[in-house]
Design a protein around this ligand. Structure first.
Ligand SMILES: NC(=O)c1ccc[n+]([C@@H]2O[C@H](COP(=O)([O-])OP(=O)(O)OC[C@H]3O[C@@H](n4cnc5c(N)ncnc54)[C@H](O)[C@@H]3O)[C@@H](O)[C@H]2O)c1
Ligand SMILES: O=C(O)[C@H](O)[C@H](O)COP(=O)(O)O
Length: 383
Protein backbone atom coordinates (compact mmCIF):
# COMPACT_ATOMS: atom_id res chain seq x y z
CA UNK A 1 0.00 0.00 0.00
CA UNK A 2 1.05 3.59 -0.53
CA UNK A 3 0.56 5.86 2.46
CA UNK A 4 0.70 9.64 2.14
CA UNK A 5 1.10 11.40 5.48
CA UNK A 6 1.40 14.99 6.66
CA UNK A 7 5.02 15.69 7.67
CA UNK A 8 3.77 16.85 11.09
CA UNK A 9 2.47 13.46 12.29
CA UNK A 10 5.14 12.08 14.65
CA UNK A 11 5.98 8.35 14.69
CA UNK A 12 4.06 7.77 11.43
CA UNK A 13 6.95 5.64 10.16
CA UNK A 14 7.04 3.52 13.33
CA UNK A 15 3.31 2.86 13.18
CA UNK A 16 2.58 2.65 9.46
CA UNK A 17 5.72 1.78 7.47
CA UNK A 18 5.10 -2.00 7.81
CA UNK A 19 1.98 -1.51 5.74
CA UNK A 20 3.65 0.00 2.71
CA UNK A 21 5.62 2.88 1.30
CA UNK A 22 5.20 6.03 3.40
CA UNK A 23 5.49 9.43 1.73
CA UNK A 24 5.65 12.59 3.86
CA UNK A 25 4.28 15.88 2.56
CA UNK A 26 3.58 19.38 3.88
CA UNK A 27 -0.14 19.29 4.67
CA UNK A 28 -1.11 22.79 3.64
CA UNK A 29 -0.01 22.25 0.03
CA UNK A 30 -1.12 18.63 -0.49
CA UNK A 31 -2.34 18.34 -4.07
CA UNK A 32 -4.57 16.04 -6.06
CA UNK A 33 -1.56 14.74 -8.03
CA UNK A 34 0.36 13.92 -4.84
CA UNK A 35 -2.42 11.82 -3.33
CA UNK A 36 -3.81 10.21 -6.51
CA UNK A 37 -1.88 6.92 -6.07
CA UNK A 38 -2.24 6.72 -2.30
CA UNK A 39 -4.29 4.00 -0.59
CA UNK A 40 -4.16 5.69 2.80
CA UNK A 41 -4.13 9.42 3.45
CA UNK A 42 -3.12 10.74 6.89
CA UNK A 43 -3.68 14.45 7.41
CA UNK A 44 -3.88 17.20 9.99
CA UNK A 45 -6.28 20.13 10.11
CA UNK A 46 -4.45 22.12 7.44
CA UNK A 47 -5.47 19.82 4.55
CA UNK A 48 -8.94 20.19 3.11
CA UNK A 49 -10.13 16.66 2.37
CA UNK A 50 -12.93 16.71 -0.19
CA UNK A 51 -13.91 15.76 -3.73
CA UNK A 52 -11.52 18.35 -5.12
CA UNK A 53 -8.57 16.56 -3.48
CA UNK A 54 -9.64 12.93 -3.80
CA UNK A 55 -11.93 12.54 -6.85
CA UNK A 56 -10.39 9.85 -9.07
CA UNK A 57 -7.78 8.79 -6.49
CA UNK A 58 -7.48 5.27 -5.13
CA UNK A 59 -7.59 6.39 -1.47
CA UNK A 60 -9.58 3.91 0.65
CA UNK A 61 -8.96 5.32 4.08
CA UNK A 62 -8.46 8.84 5.41
CA UNK A 63 -7.31 9.60 8.94
CA UNK A 64 -6.91 13.00 10.55
CA UNK A 65 -4.59 13.03 13.57
CA UNK A 66 -6.70 15.80 15.11
CA UNK A 67 -9.79 16.29 17.20
CA UNK A 68 -11.33 18.81 14.80
CA UNK A 69 -12.94 17.42 11.63
CA UNK A 70 -14.25 20.58 9.97
CA UNK A 71 -11.58 20.30 7.25
CA UNK A 72 -12.99 16.94 6.09
CA UNK A 73 -16.06 16.45 3.90
CA UNK A 74 -17.24 13.35 5.76
CA UNK A 75 -20.46 13.09 3.76
CA UNK A 76 -18.56 12.87 0.48
CA UNK A 77 -16.10 10.31 1.91
CA UNK A 78 -18.94 8.12 3.12
CA UNK A 79 -20.75 8.40 -0.26
CA UNK A 80 -17.53 7.18 -1.91
CA UNK A 81 -17.15 4.31 0.58
CA UNK A 82 -13.86 5.78 1.83
CA UNK A 83 -13.14 4.92 5.47
CA UNK A 84 -12.56 7.82 7.82
CA UNK A 85 -11.25 8.29 11.35
CA UNK A 86 -10.25 11.22 13.50
CA UNK A 87 -8.56 11.23 16.91
CA UNK A 88 -11.20 12.33 19.43
CA UNK A 89 -9.75 13.71 22.62
CA UNK A 90 -6.13 13.05 21.61
CA UNK A 91 -4.84 16.48 22.68
CA UNK A 92 -7.76 17.61 24.88
CA UNK A 93 -5.66 17.79 28.07
CA UNK A 94 -2.98 19.83 26.31
CA UNK A 95 -5.57 22.50 25.55
CA UNK A 96 -6.52 22.35 29.24
CA UNK A 97 -2.85 22.86 30.15
CA UNK A 98 -2.78 25.91 27.86
CA UNK A 99 -5.86 27.42 29.51
CA UNK A 100 -4.55 26.76 33.04
CA UNK A 101 -1.22 28.35 32.12
CA UNK A 102 -3.06 31.45 30.82
CA UNK A 103 -5.30 31.66 33.89
CA UNK A 104 -2.28 31.48 36.19
CA UNK A 105 -0.57 34.22 34.22
CA UNK A 106 -3.57 36.56 34.57
CA UNK A 107 -3.87 35.65 38.25
CA UNK A 108 -0.24 36.63 38.73
CA UNK A 109 -0.68 39.89 36.77
CA UNK A 110 -3.76 40.87 38.80
CA UNK A 111 -2.66 39.53 42.18
CA UNK A 112 -5.60 37.13 42.22
CA UNK A 113 -5.93 33.48 43.15
CA UNK A 114 -7.30 31.09 40.54
CA UNK A 115 -10.36 30.61 42.72
CA UNK A 116 -11.16 34.34 42.62
CA UNK A 117 -12.51 34.06 39.08
CA UNK A 118 -15.58 32.26 37.73
CA UNK A 119 -14.73 30.46 34.49
CA UNK A 120 -17.37 30.00 31.80
CA UNK A 121 -16.69 27.17 29.38
CA UNK A 122 -18.49 27.18 26.04
CA UNK A 123 -18.52 23.71 24.47
CA UNK A 124 -17.97 21.02 27.08
CA UNK A 125 -16.89 17.96 25.12
CA UNK A 126 -13.52 16.26 25.49
CA UNK A 127 -11.64 19.56 25.73
CA UNK A 128 -14.10 21.78 27.59
CA UNK A 129 -15.52 18.95 29.72
CA UNK A 130 -12.12 17.84 30.96
CA UNK A 131 -11.11 21.44 31.54
CA UNK A 132 -14.20 21.97 33.72
CA UNK A 133 -13.35 18.82 35.72
CA UNK A 134 -9.83 20.06 36.38
CA UNK A 135 -10.89 23.61 37.23
CA UNK A 136 -13.62 22.41 39.59
CA UNK A 137 -11.15 20.08 41.27
CA UNK A 138 -8.99 23.17 41.82
CA UNK A 139 -11.94 24.82 43.57
CA UNK A 140 -12.77 27.18 40.69
CA UNK A 141 -16.45 27.90 40.08
CA UNK A 142 -17.37 27.02 36.50
CA UNK A 143 -20.37 27.76 34.30
CA UNK A 144 -21.00 25.54 31.30
CA UNK A 145 -22.75 26.37 28.02
CA UNK A 146 -23.36 23.36 25.79
CA UNK A 147 -26.86 23.33 24.26
CA UNK A 148 -26.48 19.96 22.48
CA UNK A 149 -25.50 18.33 25.78
CA UNK A 150 -28.22 20.22 27.66
CA UNK A 151 -30.78 18.84 25.19
CA UNK A 152 -29.59 15.28 25.73
CA UNK A 153 -28.81 15.35 29.43
CA UNK A 154 -31.33 17.89 30.73
CA UNK A 155 -30.72 21.57 31.34
CA UNK A 156 -29.50 21.29 34.95
CA UNK A 157 -25.87 22.33 35.21
CA UNK A 158 -25.91 24.15 31.88
CA UNK A 159 -26.38 27.84 31.18
CA UNK A 160 -27.15 29.95 28.12
CA UNK A 161 -24.32 31.73 26.36
CA UNK A 162 -25.82 35.09 27.29
CA UNK A 163 -26.04 34.20 31.01
CA UNK A 164 -22.52 32.78 30.93
CA UNK A 165 -21.15 36.00 29.45
CA UNK A 166 -23.03 38.00 32.06
CA UNK A 167 -21.84 35.96 35.05
CA UNK A 168 -18.40 34.56 34.25
CA UNK A 169 -15.09 36.39 34.66
CA UNK A 170 -13.43 34.24 32.01
CA UNK A 171 -15.18 33.04 28.84
CA UNK A 172 -13.31 30.08 27.35
CA UNK A 173 -14.57 28.88 23.96
CA UNK A 174 -13.97 25.24 22.96
CA UNK A 175 -16.62 24.51 20.37
CA UNK A 176 -16.00 22.67 17.11
CA UNK A 177 -16.69 24.58 13.89
CA UNK A 178 -20.18 23.53 12.78
CA UNK A 179 -21.76 25.39 9.88
CA UNK A 180 -25.17 23.70 9.69
CA UNK A 181 -27.81 22.01 11.84
CA UNK A 182 -29.56 23.01 15.06
CA UNK A 183 -26.48 24.34 16.86
CA UNK A 184 -24.16 25.98 14.35
CA UNK A 185 -21.04 27.55 15.81
CA UNK A 186 -19.84 29.77 12.96
CA UNK A 187 -19.57 33.20 14.64
CA UNK A 188 -21.18 31.69 17.74
CA UNK A 189 -19.77 34.69 19.57
CA UNK A 190 -21.61 37.42 17.71
CA UNK A 191 -21.02 41.15 17.78
CA UNK A 192 -23.71 41.43 20.47
CA UNK A 193 -21.93 38.85 22.68
CA UNK A 194 -18.61 40.58 22.18
CA UNK A 195 -20.11 43.98 23.00
CA UNK A 196 -21.64 42.47 26.14
CA UNK A 197 -18.21 41.49 27.51
CA UNK A 198 -17.03 43.65 30.41
CA UNK A 199 -13.58 45.20 30.19
CA UNK A 200 -12.43 43.20 33.20
CA UNK A 201 -13.44 39.89 31.64
CA UNK A 202 -11.05 37.58 29.82
CA UNK A 203 -11.95 35.84 26.56
CA UNK A 204 -10.11 32.69 25.51
CA UNK A 205 -10.65 31.18 22.06
CA UNK A 206 -9.09 27.76 21.50
CA UNK A 207 -11.73 25.86 19.47
CA UNK A 208 -11.78 27.15 15.91
CA UNK A 209 -11.19 30.75 14.82
CA UNK A 210 -14.47 30.98 12.93
CA UNK A 211 -16.46 30.45 16.14
CA UNK A 212 -15.76 34.09 17.06
CA UNK A 213 -16.72 37.10 14.92
CA UNK A 214 -13.21 38.49 14.58
CA UNK A 215 -14.14 41.76 12.92
CA UNK A 216 -16.46 42.54 15.83
CA UNK A 217 -13.77 41.51 18.30
CA UNK A 218 -11.21 43.69 16.60
CA UNK A 219 -13.58 46.68 16.60
CA UNK A 220 -14.27 46.16 20.32
CA UNK A 221 -10.56 45.86 21.17
CA UNK A 222 -9.71 48.97 19.17
CA UNK A 223 -12.16 50.89 21.34
CA UNK A 224 -11.37 49.00 24.53
CA UNK A 225 -7.76 47.73 24.51
CA UNK A 226 -7.93 46.81 28.20
CA UNK A 227 -10.21 43.87 27.44
CA UNK A 228 -7.90 40.85 27.51
CA UNK A 229 -8.25 38.14 24.89
CA UNK A 230 -6.29 34.94 24.43
CA UNK A 231 -6.42 33.83 20.83
CA UNK A 232 -4.95 30.49 19.79
CA UNK A 233 -7.23 29.98 16.79
CA UNK A 234 -8.04 32.50 14.09
CA UNK A 235 -10.07 33.09 11.00
CA UNK A 236 -8.05 32.61 7.79
CA UNK A 237 -5.10 30.75 9.32
CA UNK A 238 -2.21 31.09 8.61
CA UNK A 239 -2.75 34.55 7.09
CA UNK A 240 -4.39 35.97 10.17
CA UNK A 241 -5.50 39.53 10.89
CA UNK A 242 -2.36 41.41 12.03
CA UNK A 243 -4.32 44.19 13.71
CA UNK A 244 -6.24 41.69 15.82
CA UNK A 245 -3.00 39.85 16.55
CA UNK A 246 -1.53 43.06 17.99
CA UNK A 247 -4.57 43.67 20.18
CA UNK A 248 -4.58 40.20 21.78
CA UNK A 249 -3.07 39.83 25.27
CA UNK A 250 -1.91 36.33 24.34
CA UNK A 251 -1.60 35.33 20.68
CA UNK A 252 -0.45 31.88 19.62
CA UNK A 253 -0.51 30.09 16.24
CA UNK A 254 -3.01 27.28 16.92
CA UNK A 255 -0.73 25.34 19.24
CA UNK A 256 -2.91 24.97 22.35
CA UNK A 257 -3.11 21.22 21.72
CA UNK A 258 0.46 20.85 20.44
CA UNK A 259 2.00 18.63 23.09
CA UNK A 260 4.11 15.72 21.94
CA UNK A 261 1.83 13.45 23.99
CA UNK A 262 -1.31 14.71 22.22
CA UNK A 263 0.23 14.32 18.79
CA UNK A 264 1.54 10.80 19.49
CA UNK A 265 -1.83 9.75 20.87
CA UNK A 266 -3.37 11.01 17.61
CA UNK A 267 -0.95 8.91 15.53
CA UNK A 268 -1.71 5.78 17.56
CA UNK A 269 -5.47 6.34 17.27
CA UNK A 270 -5.18 6.55 13.48
CA UNK A 271 -3.07 3.39 13.40
CA UNK A 272 -5.73 1.55 15.39
CA UNK A 273 -8.54 2.87 13.19
CA UNK A 274 -6.64 2.03 10.00
CA UNK A 275 -5.97 -1.51 11.29
CA UNK A 276 -9.68 -1.99 12.08
CA UNK A 277 -10.68 -0.64 8.68
CA UNK A 278 -8.46 -3.07 6.76
CA UNK A 279 -9.03 -5.99 9.19
CA UNK A 280 -5.34 -5.99 10.21
CA UNK A 281 -4.07 -6.99 13.65
CA UNK A 282 -3.12 -4.15 16.00
CA UNK A 283 0.51 -5.08 16.70
CA UNK A 284 1.96 -1.79 17.85
CA UNK A 285 1.34 0.28 20.91
CA UNK A 286 2.52 3.74 21.77
CA UNK A 287 4.04 2.43 25.01
CA UNK A 288 6.56 0.34 23.03
CA UNK A 289 7.47 3.09 20.59
CA UNK A 290 7.76 6.17 22.79
CA UNK A 291 11.19 7.75 22.99
CA UNK A 292 13.32 6.98 26.04
CA UNK A 293 13.22 9.39 28.93
CA UNK A 294 9.47 9.55 28.61
CA UNK A 295 8.77 10.67 32.12
CA UNK A 296 10.39 13.73 33.64
CA UNK A 297 10.53 14.64 37.26
CA UNK A 298 10.99 17.57 39.55
CA UNK A 299 11.02 17.97 43.29
CA UNK A 300 9.55 20.60 45.55
CA UNK A 301 11.78 20.59 48.56
CA UNK A 302 10.43 23.44 50.66
CA UNK A 303 6.98 24.15 52.01
CA UNK A 304 5.60 26.21 49.14
CA UNK A 305 2.03 27.54 49.30
CA UNK A 306 -0.25 25.56 46.95
CA UNK A 307 -0.68 28.35 44.36
CA UNK A 308 3.09 28.91 44.21
CA UNK A 309 3.72 25.18 43.77
CA UNK A 310 1.10 25.09 41.01
CA UNK A 311 2.71 28.02 39.21
CA UNK A 312 6.14 26.40 39.50
CA UNK A 313 5.00 23.02 38.15
CA UNK A 314 2.88 24.59 35.41
CA UNK A 315 5.75 26.75 34.17
CA UNK A 316 8.15 23.80 34.29
CA UNK A 317 5.81 21.97 31.94
CA UNK A 318 4.29 24.70 29.86
CA UNK A 319 4.41 28.48 29.88
CA UNK A 320 2.05 30.18 27.45
CA UNK A 321 4.29 33.29 27.51
CA UNK A 322 7.00 31.30 25.74
CA UNK A 323 4.70 30.65 22.80
CA UNK A 324 3.50 34.25 22.60
CA UNK A 325 7.10 35.49 22.44
CA UNK A 326 8.13 32.77 20.02
CA UNK A 327 5.23 33.61 17.70
CA UNK A 328 6.25 37.26 17.67
CA UNK A 329 9.81 36.24 16.77
CA UNK A 330 8.61 34.02 13.91
CA UNK A 331 6.27 36.77 12.67
CA UNK A 332 9.05 39.36 12.64
CA UNK A 333 11.49 37.09 10.87
CA UNK A 334 9.20 35.45 8.30
CA UNK A 335 6.01 37.51 8.13
CA UNK A 336 2.64 36.42 9.48
CA UNK A 337 1.51 33.50 7.30
CA UNK A 338 4.95 31.89 6.93
CA UNK A 339 5.85 32.53 10.56
CA UNK A 340 2.55 31.02 11.73
CA UNK A 341 3.16 27.74 9.90
CA UNK A 342 6.90 27.60 10.55
CA UNK A 343 6.48 27.92 14.30
CA UNK A 344 3.97 25.07 14.20
CA UNK A 345 6.34 22.93 12.12
CA UNK A 346 9.34 23.61 14.35
CA UNK A 347 7.36 23.61 17.59
CA UNK A 348 9.60 22.77 20.57
CA UNK A 349 8.83 19.56 22.41
CA UNK A 350 6.13 20.21 24.95
CA UNK A 351 4.85 17.65 27.43
CA UNK A 352 1.47 17.34 29.12
CA UNK A 353 1.16 18.08 32.84
CA UNK A 354 0.41 14.41 33.46
CA UNK A 355 3.92 13.42 32.32
CA UNK A 356 5.64 15.45 35.02
CA UNK A 357 6.30 13.45 38.17
CA UNK A 358 6.42 15.88 41.07
CA UNK A 359 8.12 14.71 44.21
CA UNK A 360 6.98 16.53 47.35
CA UNK A 361 9.61 16.40 50.05
CA UNK A 362 7.07 17.41 52.69
CA UNK A 363 3.72 15.74 53.14
CA UNK A 364 1.87 18.95 52.31
CA UNK A 365 -1.72 17.74 51.80
CA UNK A 366 -3.00 20.97 50.28
CA UNK A 367 -0.13 21.17 47.77
CA UNK A 368 -0.62 17.56 46.80
CA UNK A 369 -4.34 18.09 46.28
CA UNK A 370 -3.90 21.18 44.13
CA UNK A 371 -1.19 19.64 41.94
CA UNK A 372 -3.14 16.43 41.44
CA UNK A 373 -6.28 18.42 40.59
CA UNK A 374 -4.32 20.33 37.95
CA UNK A 375 -3.26 17.03 36.39
CA UNK A 376 0.30 16.46 37.68
CA UNK A 377 1.47 13.07 38.93
CA UNK A 378 2.63 13.33 42.54
CA UNK A 379 5.00 11.34 44.70
CA UNK A 380 5.03 12.41 48.31
CA UNK A 381 5.26 11.00 51.78
CA UNK A 382 1.63 10.49 52.80
CA UNK A 383 0.56 11.43 56.30
N1 LIG B 1 -6.58 24.96 19.65
C1 LIG B 1 -6.24 23.70 19.53
O1 LIG B 1 -5.09 23.35 19.43
C2 LIG B 1 -7.32 22.66 19.56
C3 LIG B 1 -7.00 21.37 20.02
C4 LIG B 1 -8.01 20.42 20.07
C5 LIG B 1 -9.28 20.73 19.64
N2 LIG B 1 -9.55 21.98 19.17
C6 LIG B 1 -10.91 22.34 18.73
O2 LIG B 1 -11.78 22.18 19.84
C7 LIG B 1 -12.97 21.58 19.37
C8 LIG B 1 -13.65 20.84 20.49
O3 LIG B 1 -12.91 19.70 20.83
P1 LIG B 1 -13.56 18.55 21.73
O4 LIG B 1 -12.56 17.46 21.79
O5 LIG B 1 -14.06 19.11 22.99
O6 LIG B 1 -14.76 18.13 20.82
P2 LIG B 1 -16.03 17.32 21.28
O7 LIG B 1 -16.73 16.92 20.04
O8 LIG B 1 -15.64 16.28 22.27
O9 LIG B 1 -16.92 18.40 22.06
C9 LIG B 1 -17.48 19.52 21.46
C10 LIG B 1 -18.57 20.02 22.39
O10 LIG B 1 -19.09 21.24 21.85
C11 LIG B 1 -20.49 21.20 22.05
N3 LIG B 1 -21.18 22.10 21.14
C12 LIG B 1 -21.56 21.89 19.86
N4 LIG B 1 -22.23 22.95 19.39
C13 LIG B 1 -22.27 23.85 20.39
C14 LIG B 1 -22.82 25.15 20.50
N5 LIG B 1 -23.50 25.74 19.50
N6 LIG B 1 -22.66 25.81 21.67
C15 LIG B 1 -21.99 25.25 22.70
N7 LIG B 1 -21.48 24.00 22.66
C16 LIG B 1 -21.61 23.32 21.50
C17 LIG B 1 -20.86 19.74 21.81
O11 LIG B 1 -22.12 19.42 22.34
C18 LIG B 1 -19.73 19.03 22.52
O12 LIG B 1 -20.01 18.76 23.86
C19 LIG B 1 -12.51 20.68 18.23
O13 LIG B 1 -13.55 20.42 17.32
C20 LIG B 1 -11.42 21.47 17.60
O14 LIG B 1 -11.96 22.28 16.59
C21 LIG B 1 -8.60 22.95 19.13
O1 LIG C 1 -8.29 19.68 16.26
C1 LIG C 1 -7.20 19.51 16.78
O2 LIG C 1 -6.84 18.41 17.24
C2 LIG C 1 -6.24 20.66 16.94
O3 LIG C 1 -6.80 21.82 16.46
C3 LIG C 1 -4.90 20.32 16.36
O4 LIG C 1 -3.93 20.48 17.35
C4 LIG C 1 -4.56 21.19 15.21
O5 LIG C 1 -3.27 20.91 14.78
P1 LIG C 1 -2.98 20.83 13.22
O6 LIG C 1 -3.76 19.70 12.70
O7 LIG C 1 -3.46 22.10 12.60
O8 LIG C 1 -1.53 20.60 13.09
Amino acid sequence: MRIVADENIPLAEAFFADHGELVRLPGREMSREQVRDADILLVRSVTRVNAELLEGSRVKFVGTATIGRDHVDETWLSQQGIGFASAPGCNADSVGDYVISALLLFGEQDGMALTDRVVGVVGAGNVGGRLVERLRALGIRCLVCDPPRAEQEGSEGFTSLEALIEKADVVSVHTPLIREGDHPTHHLLTEAHIEALRTDQILISAGRGDCVDEQALKARLERDPDLRVVLDVWENEPDIDEALYRLAAIATPHIAGYSLDGKLRGTEMLYQAMSRHFGLPVRKQLGQLKPENWLRRMAISRRAPPQEALLLCTRTCYDVRRDTLLFERYRRQYGMAKGFDLMRREYPVRREFSTLRVELKHSAGAVREVLESAGFAIRSPRK
